[in-house]
Write a protein that binds this ligand. Structure first.
Ligand SMILES: [Zn+2]
Length: 416
């Protein structure tokens, strides 16, 4: 007799219904034979998946859209400007309240691993201190990774070098850089070298915001890849966005993609934010707004899809539903083949867990922690089209959120 059994569920790997036994918060049995438990949940033929992993979001800017004003041009530059003025009003309570609300939203959509970049361009590191508090509050429910992110640059804003150091010492998990926003190409490269040096010194991983600009001259991805090789940082580096890669010639793009693969870099694309923000300066025909997702995936690079902002000056919409990002991503990447659907789901589950460095505790496998979600769908097309909230979200065998699936009743007039 197991502590808990989850009966009649489908896994991504197979179409047959299975039953799952859980003891002491861990998966102990996955079988097609009937099993009994002290507590029994009926999965009703729905899909059981590992929880979603959000590899790129912001919990300091979250839920601030319209404050102090809306981003009317939709550009990155206006967003940075608005955030600059909103930052002056930050308090710990303000950030804790918004971040907690956003994390609950993400949990309701089945996200239990969250990597959040926190802007350290603030002398008091208010947002960082608030998020360290939030991480404590959600301990045991959500894994929150905090990236020390220098929105105003590292070399063009030298104070951020000291703040970055302080952020790591206070408890941030990783260092970051934003080379395309540094004042010059040379400063961009310098910022990356600094980022790698500091990562090595503190033994952290790296998450760079890289080439988030529709400009073929923005060529920092090759620099990141080269540094990852030189510093022997295989598997410890992630880049987000890499929009410029879409604008490179095929010859140069192929060279860079091979280098990225060799360096073991994860590439995170954020289809909601990227498609809304990029291409603004393009003449028609405008770019699709995301990096070369399909090409990177086919080359064997670890690619992830992230939701990114939820209602901020950078992106005015979103409820934290990462399946919405996957849905848009597969359109923009031209990944509508049957096999592509599996690849896209991997980009918010398995690949994202690799990026998160959580693979050892991730997946529906005997011996691993019983972390899972059950989505009220019995096929992949519905999962990606309907993008429903999970019926239940389970952490270490304990249900931490549940949603009744939406049901429509039809009345006499349209009954057939
Ligand atoms: Zn972002």
């Amino acid at each position: 007799m197991y502590d808990i059994t989850v009966k009649n569920v489908k896994l991504l790997e197979g179409e047959k219904r299975v039953h799952i036994g859980i003891n002491n918060g861990k998966f102990v049995s996955i079988t097609d034979q009937e099993i009994a438990g002290h507590t029994e949940w009926d999965g009703k033929g729905n899909y059981l998946l590992p929880p979603f992993v959000e590899t790129h979001t912001h919990m300091d800017t979250v839920l601030t859209a319209g404050s102090p004003r809306y981003n009317q041009s939709g550009t990155l530059f206006e967003a940075i400007d608005i955030w600059q003025s909103r930052k002056d009003d930050l308090t710990v309570d303000d950030v804790v309240e918004r971040a907690s609300k956003a994390i609950k939203l993400l949990i309701s959509y089945g996200v239990l691993f969250i990597r959040a970049a926190v802007d350290i361009s603030d002398p008091n590191l208010t947002a960082l201190n608030a998020l360290l508090e939030v991480r404590k509050q959600f301990k045991g429910k959500v894994e929150l990774q905090i990236i020390a992110f220098p929105q105003s640059g590292l070399v063009s804003c030298v104070e951020n070098i000291v703040r970055m150091r302080k952020a790591i010492e206070l408890g941030a998990d990783a260092v970051s850089a934003v080379p395309h926003l540094e004042h010059t190409r040379e400063k961009g490269i310098e910022s990356l070298v600094f980022c790698f040096q500091m990562a090595k010194e503190y033994d952290t991983f790296i998450h760079v915001f890289c080439d988030e600009v529709d400009d073929e001259h923005s060529r920092y991805l090759e620099v990141v890849a080269n540094l990852a090789i030189d510093y022997d940082y295989h598997g410890k580096v992630t880049v987000s966005h890499a929009n410029a890669l879409a604008y490179y010639s095929d010859v140069y793009a192929n060279k860079v993609i091979q280098l990225v693969k060799q360096a073991g870099i994860t590439v995170v694309t954020c289809p909601l934010v990227n498609s809304a923000m990029q291409g603004r300066y393009d003449p028609y025909p405008k770019g699709r707004g995301i990096t070369r997702v399909k090409q990177l995936d086919e080359a064997g690079v670890n690619v992830c899809i992230a939701h990114d902002d939820i209602r901020t000056p950078f992106y005015p919409l979103g409820v934290g539903n990462i399946l919405q990002a996957a849905h848009l991503g597969l359109h923009l990447a031209h990944m509508t083949g049957r096999g592509d659907f599996y690849s896209v789901i991997d980009m918010i589950t398995k690949n994202a867990a690799t990026c998160f460095r959580a693979s050892h505790q991730y997946g529906i496998e005997v011996g691993k922690p019983a972390n899972f979600i059950v989505l009220p769908v019995d096929n992949l097309e519905d999962m990606l089209s309907v993008q429903p909230k999970p019926i239940c979200v389970v952490r270490d065998g304990e249900m931490i959120a549940a949603t009744e699936p939406a049901q429509t009743r039809y009345f006499e007039k349209i009954k057939t």
